[in-house]
Structure formats: C-alpha cells, structure tokens
Write a new protein. Structure first.
Length: 255
C-alpha cells in the first residue's frame, strides 16, 4: 500500500562540490528536495510505528529511477569521480559495497539520502533497508500493482527529469512543446490524481527527452487504478539549465 511518494529530479548538479561557484544557483531546489524527502520519511516512520508487530517489517522505502528494469545494491560508499570530482557519499551500511556502475539517478538519490540522514538520523534505518531500482513501461506497471496490493506500507522516491528542450542552452534542440508538456506534468503532480498523471503523453515525453514518462506508470499503478484520496503538492519547479525539474509529493491527508 502506498503511504507517501516524492518526485525529485536527478541531476548531478545537486551536489554542490560539482558546481563550484555556481552551486548557490540550485539552493532553493536542494532545500525543497530536502523538505519533501524529510517529510515523506517521517510519514513512513509514523506509519511503521503505528503498525509494527514483532517479526514484521511493516514499511519499506523504495527509490525508483528510469531505465532498464534492474535492482542495485547502493548501501555502500558512492563516488562522483566520473563527474569530475571525487566527491564520496558515505556508506549507509558499514562495510557494505555498492554496485560499481550505479545509474546516475540512483547515485543522486544516494547523495540526497546522505543529506537527509545528516539532518534526520532517525531515518537512517529506512535508508539502510531501502530498495534501489530502475524501471519503465510495462515492468513499472507490474511493480506498481504489486506494491498497491501488498500489505507493506510503501514510501516511494521517484527520480525523474522533465523535458530537456527548454531554451537555446538545453541539452536537446529547443522545442516549444517542452513548456506545455512540463506544465501538464506539474499540474498532474500538484492535484494528486493518478488518473490525470496517466493521461500525460508518454511518447511526447520520450521525444522531449523526459525521463519521467518511464516512472509515472509505476506511480499511477501504486496509487491505484482509480483516483485515490491523495494530497498533491509541487514544492519547486523550473528549468534553470534547460531541463524541466520538479519536486513534488503525494501524501495521505491524515498524515
């Protein structure tokens, strides 16, 4: 059962040490992401405390990135050396190795985990037992349905970018459809309605270089086939480097 979900972008630019003197340009994005993740994990801790019983694991944190279906060990140290500086994120579990070739969205999520633990050490256990997966399309739907039907309370952190075609300095050729596409995604996330998110044109998203289209099917399926009672909120949205990024949360209203 889905307890809470957070959507965050996945740029290595999250890591200030990789940005040099321009690091401050994304301070508002980092702050919004820290808040969304902290709040979601606090909701998950509360749900776990309310339903805990001896011998059970009532809640599970799952980090999801776009890509070929796979699951990774990300509990060990993670280095951003491939991005120009050997910024090392400490291990979640002492002595545990990480897979040597983690996808970039998973690496970024591991960095965000270290930020959350530094402020909220009570969240460390959830991060230590987290699952780190990549998925897309039909496999995402299958997994989302399984999570929806499971008795375990699930917290999702979905790492996804919007259109990569905003303006002349974007990674892809400028495309006027990028604004309309990302506005539709952000509106769907803000209203908290799975049915509306399911209506987003995945083919158009792929054309625009958006990776969110790979993970939305999982979120929609996990929240249920019909619109569920969820409070949606977009905490930050923009395209400062030509790519649409948003920080959003879906929470049960009782939390």
């Amino acid at each position: 059962m889905l307890i809470t979900a957070v959507v965050v972008p996945g740029p290595p630019a999250f890591v200030p040490q990789l940005m040099g003197s321009a690091a401050h340009e994304l301070d508002a994005l980092r702050d919004a992401t820290d808040l969304a993740i902290s709040r979601a994990l606090s909701d998950l801790v509360t749900a776990g405390a309310a339903s805990a019983s001896p011998g059970s694991r009532p809640v599970q944190l799952i980090v999801v990135g776009p890509g070929q279906p796979g699951e990774f060990n990300a509990a060990g140290t993670v280095s951003f050396a491939s991005f120009g500086r050997d910024v090392v994120v400490p291990a979640l579990v002492w002595g545990q190795p990480s897979d040597p070739m983690l996808p970039t969205p998973i690496m970024v999520a591991r960095y965000l985990a270290s930020r959350d633990i530094a402020t909220n050490p009570e969240h460390a256990e959830l991060w230590e037992s987290a699952r780190w997966i990549t998925t897309g399309g039909a496999e995402g739907v299958r997994l989302g349905k399984a999570l929806s039907a499971d008795h375990v309370g699930v917290g999702l952190i979905l790492v996804a970018d919007g259109a990569a075609c905003h303006g002349p300095k974007a990674p892809r050729a400028q495309d006027p459809r990028a604004h309309t596409y990302d506005d539709a995604v952000w509106a769907a996330l803000a209203c908290g309605r799975p049915g509306r998110l399911a209506q987003i044109d995945a083919d158009l998203g792929d054309e625009l270089g958006a990776t969110g289209s790979q993970v939305w099917p999982l979120l929609v399926a996990a929240a249920g086939a019909a619109d569920v009672d969820v409070v949606g909120e977009v905490l930050w949205a923009g395209a400062p480097y030509g790519v649409g990024w948003a920080v959003a949360s879906w929470r049960r209203p009782c939390q």
